[in-house]
Design a binder for this molecule. Sequence first.
Ligand code: CA
Ligand code: CA
Ligand code: ZN
Ligand code: ZN
Length: 311
Amino acid sequence: MQLVVLAVLYAVSVLPGTLALQLPRKAGGMSEPPWEQAQDYLKRFYPSDSKSRDPNSLEVELKQMQKFFRLPITGTLSSHIIEIMQKPRCGVPDVAEYSLFPDRPKWTSKVVTYRIVSYTRDLPHVIVNQLVAKAFNMWSKEIPLSFKRVSWGIADIMIGFARGAHGDPNPFDGPGNTLAHAFAPGPGLGGDAHFDEDERWTDGSSIGINFLYVATHELGHSLGLDHSSDPNAVMYPTYEEGDSKNFKLAQDDINGIQKLYGNIYDFHISNISLRHCLLWVGLNEKGWERGIYLEKHTGTFISKSLLRGEI
Ligand SMILES: [Ca+2]
Ligand SMILES: [Ca+2]
Ligand SMILES: [Zn+2]
Ligand SMILES: [Zn+2]
């Protein structure tokens, strides 16, 4: 109890006059001192490159967080923001200055390889394989990029489960809080996705963290997407249990990934010959719509009969 009191005094001295803080209580008892927890959270997820400011003042980071979560930008802690801080989430920071995302890196080859290097004890291997393939498919059906699983050697995207320190600069933190993290496209660690083995992973048939949700989110990072502040987006940083039957990308995710890679129709157009291009340009609006319909329903857009105007 003494620790808690000290932490509150410290908090008051850090932000004089701004903390009319009601200590939030978790069900079942007092949580970790909220300000200490908030400092830790802000340092991890809103890293700042400013060395000149008082390192104990996290007002700027708090404001960034409030902006990201679309809350009133007050620079003061509220029980609502503490609630958000206590939600399980992705380990990738929420700000664009994150050191691995500066130049909007992306994969430049049309086929990207992945390998599942280690598995969780919570799910059969075959289920993990299926869910990873499903997560990749969520993205690949929107962009001109395909994914190929390999069983050995170095793949572009190495996927694995690990607990605690696991060979990169971001050790996991035990059960809860950070669930997983992934690196933006690039060599070496670039693109790799790691899942905290201290979580209880599920395919949706039991209690736990839904692996498909988290994998789809992390693979979004592996492809070059940053966090979204749209609460409906798969790229939103906190984990929310949802309706697993209707799980899909939000329009915001699709917009983001297509900004990086273009959409699947552009790819087909850029890959057909000049002669076809001329035919293409000559198509009437109806033909265009049919082309899109065909693409969506059969996956074969450049249909000869379409180009001849027979359908
Ligand atoms: Ca964790
Ligand atoms: Ca890699
Ligand atoms: Zn994330
Ligand atoms: Zn890692």
